[in-house]
Design a protein around this ligand. Sequence first.
Ligand SMILES: Nc1ncnc2c1ncn2[C@@H]1O[C@H](COP(=O)(O)OP(=O)(O)OP(=O)(O)O)[C@@H](O)[C@H]1O
Ligand SMILES: [Mg+2]
Length: 201
Amino acid sequence: MKLNVEMLKDSPKREDLWEQSRELMEHCIAEIRTLSHLLHPPMMDEAGLATAAQWYVEGFGERSGLKVSLYVDEDLPRLSDPVEMALFRVLQEALTNVYRHSEASKVEVELLHDAEQVTLQIEDDGCGIATELLDRFNRSGTGMGIGLSGMRERVSELGGTLMLKCDGKGLLVRVAVPDPAGTGWNENPSVSDEAEPVPGD
Ligand SMILES: Nc1ncnc2c1ncn2[C@@H]1O[C@H](COP(=O)(O)OP(=O)(O)OP(=O)(O)O)[C@@H](O)[C@H]1O
Ligand SMILES: [Mg+2]
């Protein structure tokens, strides 16, 4: 766009450059909107994690070409903001990992809830991870990249657990976060994850 503007300074009558610049501008606006929504899904505050997960899974399926299914417990209640945001970030990182590393053709995502905890599972049918690496990570949290280590930290700050499992066919990422009240409202205002605000969002 900058290049076009430079050229337009010298040839302001070039209709093709004006048209191309308009298209570039529209593309930029659409990209920025998508990016800002990925940083903080606008429907998260109003409609909660289930709706945000639905939106993210659909968009991810379109962008990646992977078959992604999502099952959410019908009675999944609203959770505290930190828990909803942590689980959303886990979903984003786990699906990004599936796309980048697994060579999977499909992914199943489940969001379950019982009296004690909320569980998020992401299971792919790709190449999986070597057992020794998985055991080490499940035991000590070491040996992986920033993505999985950050996920583990984020979840443990909320008193939850992250477990990776691989039984020869793909990887299962399971995150369980306590919900002691059993109502879905796990007040924990000390932990928060607000994405940096995006100007104009
Ligand atoms: N679904 C998956 N299938 C196969 N391998 C995976 C999967 N998820 C993660 N891995 C392996 O685990 C490693 C660690 O993942 P992690 O997310 O911690 O780091 P990363 O994706 O390599 O980098 P980043 O820090 O940018 O997330 C990956 O490099 C990859 O080898
Ligand atoms: Mg990663």
